[in-house]
Design a protein. Structure first.
Length: 123
């Protein structure tokens, strides 16, 4: 009976600590990905300008792309750069990024969205 009790105690302790071990292994990955994403977005934020001009031109034509696409591109350039800087400063808090897609080259033809924290594993 004592042997069974000891075995159950060991198994329950292993189950108790397994969630902390899983979280400890994912913390460096999540904060590292946030750090790299922040650096990347600060450095490549200016690519939002041609991206939005190209997407607006394909959607509604050249005059629209050169005017509205240009203005939208400037707005997203500033937004992506600032969110990248924020991610860079707060990388020790392993939340997802506030910009989707995380990198400019992911879903190049999709609209950049800001707001809630996006899970980095879903990209």
């Amino acid at each position: 009976m004592k042997k069974l009790f000891k075995s159950l105690l060991v198994v329950s302790v292993l189950f108790f600590f397994s969630s902390q071990v899983a979280m400890a292994q994912s913390y460096p990955y999540a904060s590292g990905e946030k750090f790299v994403g922040g650096i990347t977005n600060v450095v490549t934020g200016f690519v939002e300008l041609p991206k939005n001009m190209i997407n607006a031109t394909e959607e509604r034509g050249l005059p629209y792309g050169m005017t509205v696409g240009f203005a939208t591109g400037i707005m997203h350039t500033v937004g992506r750069t600032l969110v990248g800087a924020l991610d860079l400063v707060t990388f020790m808090i392993p939340t997802g990024s506030s910009v989707a897609p995380l990198y400019i080259w992911n879903n190049f033809h999709s609209e950049t969205v800001y707001g809630t924290y996006y899970n980095t594993s879903e990209r």
